[in-house]
Write a protein that binds this ligand. Structure first.
Ligand SMILES: Cc1ncc(COP(=O)(O)O)c(C=O)c1O
Length: 431
C-alpha cells in the first residue's frame, strides 16, 4: 500500500488545481461513523463526505442491495422499462412531502437534479426567470450555478442564466437589519415580493428554487413559518416552488425532508448526495399535474437512474424509515445542547444553530460586532483534524463550522467530539 505522502504527491502532480484540500488527509476505509486514514488512524466523522453517508459508512443493507443488483445489471438504458427505476420512483412518491409528488426523473448529481427541475418548470410555465435566495447553493452546472447566491464561485463566469435573487432568512445576521423574527413581520418575504414586482414581474418567473435549510451558505435554518409566508407570495403570482433537498433531505434534520418542518408542500423537490449513500444519483420529483405538458424525449440522462445507485437508494430509504430519524432527533438535540454549553463558555462562538444532525457553529471575533472569525474557523477545522475529528467549513465568509455526520453517530462520539471542541476553543482563544 502507498503511504499518505505518496498519494498526496501523486495528487499534486496529476489532479487539477481546482481541487481544494482541507488538510493532508488520505482516507482509506470507513465503518459507521468512523473513517480510517491510510496510516491507520481512526477519525470521528462529523462530515459524512459532505452529508453523503447518512445511513453510515459500509452500511450492510446498502452493500447487500448493491451487490445483488451488480450481479444482474450495472446499467442499461431508460429507453427500456426498468424495474429498479419504477420501484424506486414509487417509493419516493409514497415518501414525498404529503405523498403529493408522484413523478420522478433520475440524473446523477445534485446539480443535475436542479438543472432538470429548472428546465421542467420553465417548460411548464414558459416564463424565462428563476428566483433564488442569497447565500444559497445549488451546484456547479450552468443554471444551477447561475442560481447560486454566493458570488465567490461565480467569479469570471458570467453573464449568467436568468435569475433574480431575494434576501435569505439569515436571522442571526438579518440582511434587512431586524433584530428578531417574527417581530420583523417577515420583512425578507415582503422584500421578496418587491424583488418580484420591481425586477422582472411575476409573469416572468417560473419558480423559486430554495434550500429548506441553507447548508453551504452557513447552516441557516429559516424560522418555521418562513415557507408558509413565502408560499403565499408565490401563489399570488402563480410561481412554482422547487425545494432543493440535496442537503437538508434524507433524514438529516430528523424528518425525511427538511421542508416537512415547514408545513408546506413544494411543487418540485430535488435530492441527491445521501439518497444513494455515496453512489451517484440525482432525483427530481414533482406534482402529477406538471407532467402533462412535458413530451417524451424532452430530457435525457445516459447514466441517470443507474441500476446500482437505484438499488442503494431503495436500501437507504428502508434504513431511514426504520427508526433512524428518531435517533437523529434525540442525538441532534443532545449534540446541540453540548455545543450551546460551549457557547456559554467561549465568546468566539456567536451562534449555535441547526436541527437534527444539521448543525452549525458560527465563529465571530466579538459577539456584539459579529465580525466573522475566518482565520479562527480555519484553525478550528485543522485542529479538529489533528484531534481526529472531521468537520466542514461553510458560510459566505467561511466562518461557520459545519456538522453533518453520518446519522448513526454514537452518543459516545458526540461526547468525545464536544470535549475536543472545548480543548480546541480553549487553544484558539488563548492567543
Ligand atoms: C443544497 C445543494 N444543492 C445542490 C448541490 C450540488 O450537488 P452536486 O455536487 O452533487 O452536483 C449541493 C452540493 O453540495 C448542495 O449542497
Amino acid at each position: 500500500m502507498k503511504s499518505s505522502k505518496e498519494i498526496i504527491d501523486l495528487s499534486e502532480r496529476y489532479l487539477s488545481r481546482m481541487y481544494k484540500h482541507y488538510y493532508p488527509f488520505v482516507p482509506d476505509r470507513a465503518i459507521d461513523d468512523t473513517v480510517y486514514s491510510i496510516d491507520g488512524d481512526a477519525y470521528i466523522d462529523l462530515y459524512a463526505g459532505v452529508s453523503i453517508v447518512n445511513v453510515g459508512w459500509s452500511n450492510q443493507r446498502v452493500i447487500r442491495a448493491v451487490e445483488a443488483q451488480m450481479h444482474k445489471l450495472f446499467h442499461t438504458s431508460s429507453l427500456y422499462y426498468l424495474e429498479y427505476t419504477a420501484k424506486l420512483a414509487k417509493k419516493l412518491s409514497e415518501l414525498s412531502p404529503g405523498g403529493a409528488l408522484t413523478k420522478t426523473f433520475f440524473t446523477n448529481s445534485g446539480s443535475e437534479a436542479n438543472e432538470t427541475a429548472i428546465s421542467l418548470v420553465k417548460r411548464v410555465k414558459k416564463r424565462p426567470y428563476i428566483m433564488a435566495l442569497h447565500r444559497s447553493f445549488h451546484g456547479r452546472t450552468f443554471y444551477a450555478m447561475s442560481a447560486l447566491g454566493q458570488s465567490n464561485w461565480k467569479v469570471g463566469l458570467g453573464p449568467f442564466a436568468p435569475v433574480v435573487f431575494a434576501p435569505d432568512p439569515y436571522c442571526y445576521r438579518c440582511p434587512l437589519g431586524h433584530k428578531s423574527c417574527p417581530e420583523c413581520g417577515f420583512a425578507c418575504v415582503k422584500y421578496m415580493e418587491d424583488v418580484i414586482k420591481c425586477e422582472v414581474g411575476g409573469d416572468s418567473i417560473s419558480a423559486l428554487l430554495a434550500e429548506p435549510m441553507l447548508a453551504n451558505g452557513g447552516m441557516i435554518v429559516p424560522p418555521f413559518d418562513y415557507f408558509k409566508e413565502v408560499k403565499q407570495v408565490l401563489d399570488k403570482y402563480s410561481i412554482l416552488f422547487i425545494a432543493d433537498e440535496v442537503q437538508s433531505g434524507n433524514g438529516r434534520t430528523g424528518k425525511l425532508w427538511g421542508i416537512e418542518h415547514y408545513g408546506v408542500i413544494p411543487d418540485v423537490m430535488t435530492t441527491s448526495k445521501a439518497i444513494a449513500n455515496g453512489l451517484p444519483l440525482g432525483v427530481t420529483i414533482y406534482r402529477e399535474e406538471l407532467d402533462s405538458t412535458l413530451r417524451p424525449g424532452e430530457h435525457y440522462s445516459t447514466l441517470g437512474g443507474n441500476a446500482l445507485a437505484c438499488a442503494a437508494a431503495e436500501a437507504v430509504l428502508e434504513e431511514l424509515t426504520s427508526g433512524l430519524m428518531d435517533k437523529v432527533k434525540e442525538n441532534g438535540s443532545y449534540f446541540k445542547r453540548r455545543l450551546e454549553s460551549l457557547k456559554d463558555k467561549y465568546e468566539i462562538i456567536g451562534d449555535v444553530r441547526g436541527i437534527g444532525l444539521f448543525l452549525g457553529i458560527e465563529l465571530v471575533k466579538e459577539r456584539s460586532a459579529k465580525l466573522p472569525a475566518k482565520e479562527e474557523a480555519v484553525r478550528f477545522l485543522q485542529e479538529a483534524w489533528k484531534k481526529k475529528i472531521l468537520v466542514g467549513l461553510g458560510g459566505l465568509e467561511g466562518n461557520v463550522i459545519r456538522i453533518e455526520p453520518p446519522l448513526v453517530l454514537t452518543r459516545e462520539h458526540i461526547d468525545i467530539a464536544a470535549d475536543r471542541f472545548d480543548e480546541i476553543l480553549k487553544n484558539i482563544t488563548a492567543q
